[in-house]
Design a protein around this ligand. Structure first.
Ligand SMILES: [Zn+2]
Length: 496
């Protein structure tokens, strides 16, 4: 009877997949919703691939998943993934049933699944990942996620016993999830830009999670990402199994040291019992390896993403040389980061997650650190919120708009439903009126470009304005081609 219900759910959902295809609606969760409605434990009953690889965390999940999918496909594996749909229970169910034969059998060897942090409590009881990577836990939409320590607790409570964790050891919130589970840590050795005091507005881990004294950071990359210890109780950042180092922006490479039993200890105080170090804390340094890998772009954030994916494949038993080969064959997803050269200008589409102060701060920091003149179009407007709920704009005041107060950012075009909020926030960041343009509709925003010679034009868009961002980029290119036709080069770039 149970099986019959499962098959009924599968067939109804499969029919809805066909119906959606016919009517031109792709990439929705609807089939998964149908399946869960008929058979609530659909995922539990489904015969899944023999290995389930999960990825969760606040930022970078999709990139890490795409790297894993690309590398495993390059290795000839058949992959079940949810990168076309959502990362909640209905999105995962949709991915699983799409992959299934009518008899309910999976057609893939491996599942690579992006799992929403909060959805873990409904997903994990039905489907336990063999491995789970947590890239970071930082402040996200406050209305959805509250605080990262709350999310950490949700994950810890839901974590299946057998799941091996692959954790960012430079993130003390992520690295303390489910302390009883087997785990390895990855992180990046000190870098030239590291600081000790937090220069960001958001600093989500200031006190010791164990004794609540003030933590001391020995180095800090940004926000709470770095290495810290508690002078009172000895709590400290975990030892790293996978250490990234020597990022070479010219060669676009970095090195990774793998130590199965890391012994280095960067806490200057006596180390006490360390529940976060189940993996051979007292064992001598065993066989490891050191290898050079390519990076995707020069942002530290993406170095973490590659490090995460390499650590993951190493945990699956791949040798570093093979991981390197597979990585070389992998193209990072084009929709998130796209550069086009045109008439001496660079047009760049850059995802900058709305509602996510830290994600947008990282994007702003990265863009502002690049050389050359720039103009920005800010269009992270939480478009889907307007339809169903009232969005909280407090994230704008957690986000480091101050990074945009740089001389070579010559013009910031604020546009869309939140344009006035952006204008106010930019004024608070000390940016003068002559460097801000206000355009009501996104599609008209490129008309306010000033086109300084040789500059880069960034279109910063949110998670629900991907299609609109494509239209705006197309419009930017029209404006460039029109103006370069109308005016000789010497006259351009002087307007203020
Ligand atoms: Zn403490």
């Amino acid at each position: 009877m149970k099986r019959l219900k499962f098959l009924l759910a599968l067939w109804c959902a499969k029919l809805s997949v066909i119906a959606l295809k016919v009517t031109g609606h792709r990439g929705t969760d609807f089939p998964g919703r149908v399946a869960v409605k008929i058979c609530p434990d659909f995922l539990h009953q489904a015969r899944l691939p023999s290995r389930i690889l999960g990825v969760t965390g606040t930022n970078g999940k999709t990139t890490v998943c795409n790297l894993l999918i690309g590398m495993l496909r390059a290795d000839g594996k058949k992959i079940l993934d949810n990168n076309q749909g959502s990362n909640t229970i209905t999105g995962l169910t949709t991915a699983v049933l799409r992959d299934m034969s009518l008899g309910g059998r999976s057609r893939s060897d491996v599942a690579v699944l992006e799992i929403d942090e909060r959805s873990s409590r409904v997903v994990f009881p039905l489907m336990a990942p063999d491995f789970l990577l947590i890239n970071n836990l930082t402040r996200d939409s406050i209305m959805r996620n509250g605080h990262p320590e709350y999310i950490s607790r949700v994950l810890t409570n839901a974590m299946p016993e057998k799941t091996k964790l692959i954790l960012n050891g430079d993130d003390l919130i992520a690295s303390n999830v489910a302390p009883g589970n087997p785990r390895v840590y990855y992180g990046i050795e000190s870098m030239p830009g590291d600081v000790k005091e937090c220069i960001n507005l958001v600093n989500d881990l200031q006190i010791c999670p164990r004794c609540h004294s003030i933590l001391e950071y020995t180095s800090r990359r940004y926000h709470h990402i770095g290495r810290a210890f508690c002078p009172e109780c000895g709590f400290h950042s975990p030892r790293l199994h996978y250490t990234g180092r020597d990022v070479n922006e010219k060669e676009m490479t970095f090195d990774i040291d793998y130590r199965p039993h890391p012994v280095q200890d960067d806490a200057p105080v006596q180390r006490q019992a360390d529940p976060g170090n189940a993996a051979g804390a007292e064992a001598p340094a065993g066989d490891g390896w050191t290898h050079r890998f390519r990076i995707l772009n020069e942002s530290v954030f993406n170095v973490y993403n590659v490090l995460a994916a390499v650590s993951y494949l190493s945990e699956l038993g791949y040798a570093p040389e093979r991981i390197d080969q597979l990585l070389q064959k992998t193209e990072i997803v084009k929709s998130r980061f796209q550069v086009e050269k045109m008439g001496g200008y660079s047009v760049i589409k850059q995802m900058s997650k709305d509602r996510n102060a830290l994600g947008s701060s990282r994007a702003f920091d990265y863009v502002s650190g690049l050389p050359g003149d720039k103009e920005l179009i800010l269009m992270m407007n939480n478009l889907s919120d307007a339809a169903v709920w009232s969005e909280n704009t407090c994230w704008l005041y957690d986000c480091d708009f101050e990074f945009l107060n740089k001389d070579n950012i010559r013009n910031i075009i604020v546009t869309g439903p939140r344009a006035k909020d952006y204008y106010l926030r930019l004024k608070m960041a000390g940016i003068d009126d002559d460097r801000i343009s206000f355009v009501h509709d996104e599609i008209d925003a490129p008309g306010a470009l000033r086109l300084y010679e040789g500059e880069s034009i960034y279109v910063l868009y949110g998670t629900d304005s991907i299609d609109l961002a494509d239209q705006v980029v197309a419009r930017v290119k029209e404006v460039i081609s029109q103006r370069t036709k109308d005016a000789p080069a010497a006259e351009r770039g002087t307007a203020q």
